[in-house]
Design a protein around this ligand. Structure first.
Ligand SMILES: Nc1nc2c(ncn2[C@@H]2O[C@H](COP(=O)(O)OP(=O)(O)OP(=O)(O)O)[C@@H](O)[C@H]2O)c(=O)[nH]1
Ligand SMILES: [Mg+2]
Length: 251
């Protein structure tokens, strides 16, 4: 097995370092300098091109963090002009985010957005997150104006219960603790990643928001409507949900 490189050397898609390319918009729009959108992917070939193009039209650059997707997600992302970090070794949402965030921080970006690849998070909402003026702006389904689209009652109940459960255990005044659409100021994200985080899976979302809160960050919730994916398959399962739920009391 090849030696594991630091994430920012682990086969970025193109020659230039993120520092050199920082803030240069890929497409139309006025561009949003200093901002990068980190997108973890596992078999999202049907979604990633659409997302990267939509971000690009807003002047936003994307870093796709792919876990060896056999469906060609990485190549598709590159084709659409995204930076691509192809991870090797143990897959997982937490490690993928860690590597993507380390890449972004080492590139000198001052604002780091994270969002899912499956278009459940609307790229058109990113400017509102950026405008919230918080250390951490959360795309929130559970504040007035927010919600979910095309979810059955089971999925709605599970998600709502998950957030309330985490909120009750942790005593954090955040309505949507489990979402993965977030906008970080780089200095806060760097401090959060220095904390002894224990989650590898979906609980990573809860743990990082909790860490931000404990560090005294200004956390804002911006209403978003989360739309069920129409392409590709969900990686969410009962096992993943239970694993995340069992983590929470240990934070
Ligand atoms: N790099 C990487 N990305 C992952 C992994 N698991 C999931 N993802 C990505 O993380 C994002 C969220 O995963 P989803 O399967 O959409 O999970 P979800 O949004 O909670 O569940 P659904 O609502 O059912 O789609 C997507 O962009 C996935 O491709 C992984 O192990 N590694
Ligand atoms: Mg999803």
């Amino acid at each position: 097995m090849p030696a594991r490189l630091p994430p920012w050397q682990a086969r970025p898609s193109r020659d230039a370092s993120p520092r050199l390319r920082r803030g240069r918009p890929q497409g139309g729009g006025s561009g949003i300098p200093g901002t990068i959108v980190v997108v973890p992917t596992r078999n999202e070939v049907g979604n990633i091109g659409v997302l990267v193009d939509a971000l690009s039209a807003l002047g936003l650059r994307a870093l796709v963090v792919d876990d060896a997707s056999p469906d060609g997600t990485a190549a598709m992302a590159r084709l659409h002009g995204a930076e691509v970090l192809e991870r090797r070794g143990a897959p997982g949402l937490g490690p993928a985010y860690r590597d993507g965030f380390a890449w972004a921080l080492s590139g000198g970006y001052d604002t780091i957005v994270q969002m899912d690849a499956d278009l459940s998070h609307d790229p058109a909402d990113v400017p509102r997150l950026l405008a919230a003026g918080a250390d951490l702006a959360l795309g929130s389904r559970y504040v007035p104006g927010g919600g979910t689209r095309n979810w059955g009652w089971r999925r709605r109940a599970l998600s709502r219960f998950g957030s309330l459960y985490a909120q009750a255990w942790l005593g954090v005044p955040v309505a949507d603790l489990t979402g993965g659409f977030k906008c970080w100021r780089a200095d806060l994200l760097g401090r959060v990643l220095e904390q002894p985080l224990v989650s590898d899976g979906y609980a990573f979302q809860v743990e990082t928001t909790l860490a931000a809160h404990r560090l005294g960050a200004r956390v804002a919730e911006v209403p978003i409507v989360f739309t069920e994916r129409t392409e590709g398959r969900s990686k969410m399962s009962l096992a993943i949900t239970v694993e995340a739920a069992l983590r929470v009391p240990r934070f």
